[in-house]
Ligand binder design. Structure first.
Ligand code: AHR
Length: 530
């Protein structure tokens, strides 16, 4: 399979420590950036599910952020905020992962069905020790899915749940007939729902049960065996309920976990996950400031973001050994930046502002996923609203869209597009001990028939001109959109919601098959060629 982003950036990264000693910021200015897009040798599909979003019962991710309840003064439809749902619809969110996260491995689905007045109020032991009213349960989640126009990724409870509980939840959601289907109908939904993805637990190496890899692989086999959806002929072929099972995969560079899961459990699975968060300022626990950072904090985080390429490469190589035909997918179903919480916010709510730095982190990741689109067919940024690298922040009745939201908006043409291989020869960008590629990018042929090219410039202070050769593409017109901002830590607030917002971009010229693009410092650009 052709790799879609044969960038020298990865090579530069591998040699980062050597380069750090020799490269300087002057590199960006003095070395030209060149690229070739191979439109004549298309690669795999960039699965739209790479734009999946994660909504956990955590802080104000669900309550307040998405759900305000039917009686709220905040405009809502069946309890879900109209402003937030409208913004998510505009983003064409393909899939929502719910209810966790760590929350999933303590979640008991029966507590979230039936009359809300009779649902137990629990304590959310993972996230802040606050009460969990169970007001949003299975029916409400599928109402959210309906309103957003997305599909469901439901994460099951392996940690403190039983295989029977998991099997019955799946039956409750998907069965066209039987007592559980009758109960679902009595609770207001006669038709079965479609569950596209089902997670066999979450982070079984950690909050999901502190399991060792061999044990987790056996447990995954066992639970997975009982997750069944109705055969198509149960309803004269009318029920389409193929469900893809995703196992709890590795944390960062735990390659032994991937190896063990693949060796022991692969035949029972469709996907294996990987979780990787950007933790600048020295790793765990999160200590980097979301807004008050300098250029070193900027470069640190972007350098960490590039690590995703190496992680996917190595985890994929292990999967290739057991699954050379790539039947299974690697699901990077938690990724994004994880900083210190915003001052004054509840500890355990993981609320953080989102700046131009997060926009670059999002763009770099979405480009890396293009390179690996043959194996990576699902990813989920953490998280959707008010938590970690969020798309949307809310406070009472106010809502603001983050720089990360706008990157996802600009990359919408990547959804189910065909990846076009791109070779990028970029100079490095160095700040102190952090050296990374100055320019990241990817290219696709969209379902609209146009070529779309993303380019981002990580250099905080210098513009970068990229000369791109288009192999196998017809001459035409170019138009573009840019996301940039006055400062590396520029961000949107309720008082000033449009500080970081896409604008028309006129810095690209197409002459014959040569595209010349001048990227301002700290910018993300998306070009449309037709
Ligand atoms: O996204 C926040 C938490 O990070 C999730 O609940 C967990 O899976 C991960 O550790």
């Amino acid at each position: 399979m052709i790799k879609a982003l044969r960038t020298t950036a990865a090579l530069l990264l591998l040699g980062a420590s050597t380069l750090a000693a020799t490269a300087s910021q002057a590199d960006t200015a003095n070395t030209p950036t060149t690229a070739t897009i191979h439109a004549d040798t298309p690669g795999p599909v960039y699965d739209k599910d790479i734009f999946t979003q994660f909504a956990e019962h955590l802080g104000e991710g669900i309550y307040g952020g998405l759900w305000v309840g039917k009686d709220s003064a905040i405009p809502n439809t069946n309890g879900f905020r109209n402003d937030v749902v409208g913004a998510l619809r505009d983003l064409s969110v393909p899939v929502i992962r719910w209810p966790g996260g760590c929350f999933a491995d303590e979640y008991h689905w029966r507590e979230g069905i039936g009359d809300p007045k009779n649902r137990p109020v629990k304590v959310n032991t993972h996230w802040g020790g606050v009460t969990e009213p169970n007001a949003v349960g299975t029916h409400e989640f599928f109402e959210l899915i309906r309103q957003v126009g997305a599909e469901a990724y439901v994460a099951g409870n392996v940690g403190d749940g039983s295989p029977r509980e998991m099997a019955e939840w799946v039956e409750y959601m998907t069965a066209p007939a039987g007592s559980l289907a009758d109960e679902r109908a009595a609770n207001g939904h006669k038709e079965p729902w479609h569950v596209k993805y089902f997670g066999i637990g979450n982070e079984l190496w950690g909050c999901g049960g502190q399991m060792r890899a061999e044990y987790a692989a056996d447990v995954t086999r066992r639970y997975s065996t009982f997750v069944k959806t109705p055969a198509p002929d149960l309803m004269n072929g009318k029920v389409d309920n193929k469900l893809l099972k995703v196992a709890a995969g590795a944390n960062v560079e735990d390659y032994n976990w991937t190896e063990t899961m693949m060796r022991i459990a692969a035949p029972t699975l469709d996907g294996l996950s990987l979780h990787y968060y950007v933790h600048p300022a020295g790793g765990w626990p999160p200590r980097a400031e979301p807004v008050n950072f300098d250029e070193s904090g900027w470069a640190d985080a972007l350098h960490e973001a590039w690590r995703m390429d190496e992680l996917i490469t190595k985890h994929s190589a292990i999967m290739d050994k057991y699954d050379p035909k790539k039947r299974m997918f690697l699901a990077v179903d938690e990724w994004g930046a994880w900083y210190k919480q915003d001052p004054g916010t509840h500890p355990g709510f993981l609320r953080q502002q989102n700046t131009m730095r997060d926009a670059l982190i999002a763009a770099i990741n979405l480009d890396i996923f293009a390179k690996h689109a043959d194996r990576v067919r699902l990813t989920a940024i953490a998280q959707m609203v008010n938590v970690l690298q969020a798309m949307i922040l809310t406070q009472d009745d106010k809502m603001v869209l983050t720089p990360t939201y706008w990157v996802f908006h600009m990359y919408k043409p990547w959804q189910d597009a065909t990846v076009l291989p791109i070779d990028i020869k970029t100079p490095t960008y160095t700040v102190g001990k952090y050296t990374l590629p100055a320019v990241s990018g990817s290219a696709v042929k969209g379902k609209d028939g146009k070529i779309h090219v993303s380019l981002s410039n990580a250099d905080a202070t210098k513009a970068n001109t990229v000369t791109i050769t288009l192999d196998g593409a017809k001459e035409g017109k170019v138009s573009g959109t840019i996301l940039t901002a006055p400062a590396i830590n520029s961000h949107n607030t309720f008082a000033a919601p449009n500080v970081v917002k896409p604008a028309a971009f006129n810095g690209a010229k197409l002459k014959g098959s040569t595209l010349t693009v001048t990227l301002p410092a700290k910018s993300v650009v998306v070009l449309d060629l037709q």
